[in-house]
Design a binder for this molecule. Sequence first.
Ligand code: NAD
Length: 361
Amino acid sequence: MTRRIRTSVEDGQRLVWFEDTACALSGVIAIDSLALGPAAGGCRFWHYDDAKSLLLDARRLARGMSYKNALAGLPFGGGKSVIRLPEGEFDREALFRSYGHVLNELKGDYLAAEDVGTSPRDMESVRSATPFVFGLPPVGTAAGGDPSPWTALGVFLCIETVLARRGLPLAGCRIAVQGLGHVGADLCRRLHERGAKLVVADIRKEAVARLLAAIPAEVVSTDRIYCSEVELFAPCALGGGLNQETIPDIRAAMIVGAANNQLATAADEARLHSRGILYAPDYIVNAGGIINVAAEYLGQDQGEVLIRVHRIPDRLAAILGRAEATGRSPSDIADAMARDLIEAAFPTAPKQKAYASSLAT
Ligand code: NAD
């Protein structure tokens, strides 16, 4: 047996470290909360310089999933897995199959799906070893498959809502999109169709070329995207982009995007707030994907997903309204609401956990 798993606990989060030397698999699953149901969150497959940055990413993403799932009204706790992208050649299918065996060890306490660097094909490899994975190609009108288009739809609807609150039409509006991957490219398409003028950046030339083959956009370098002269900035790459170096450069009056953990630290929201920049909490805006995953898990169809994703901007508007009325920041309001929901659910947590584990039988 080449697969090894060890568990530790840090600040109330369960950390499941795994590796399989036979297929270059290594990473960690962070489980933040089981209060509202099994911990659900995507599987990130990315390069990390060291174990510390990998762990920090997994832990912050898992906390974000707890809040996202709670506020989206989903029967899920929060968790996330991060797999280190191996150096050199590796057998992708074997790696994800082995990761599936790791999920079995958690007996349904954690449910995986796609995230940055993974695809429905990878989730099929995971499914060959475990039932605890979603985001698989759908059958007929059933929910499932790549969650990214649903995430992009939710972000798009939130952008419309935020612009409308400022009395701005989407047509003719200048919007910067950072990251042209699964979500960013789909968002660009939707924005272009409604007449927005796009400024875009990606570290991958092929992602930029693919977008430009489909729609017109002004391309800037990845460090110039922050200071683009735009009304709205949509971060759709990785987290931590909003920080003490970048915030002083931002020209946009509004930030609404898909990336998880856009703020590098809690202090960065205060920085945006003091500059009068409206920041829409990422985990409210980008809930479309996990709503699709939840519908797949619950055996619902795409019609249900559509209804639920269209409710995201209402939730955002309510939070922005409360922020305006109280002078508190939108993230502050959203975090407090999520914590209340999670704490209120603690008494029923064992029942939820038993339900999740029953999937294994
Ligand atoms: P993806 O991997 O398909 O795309 C990410 C893109 O960002 C890639 O094209 C990458 O080259 C680019 N990128 C990375 N660093 C960059 C930088 N510094 N500047 C510019 N571009 C950069 O991922 P995705 O599925 O589109 O997800 C995008 C973000 O949205 C992630 O933070 C993800 O966690 C979050 N998110 C995604 C979903 C979903 O359904 N896919 C759901 C919720 C949140």
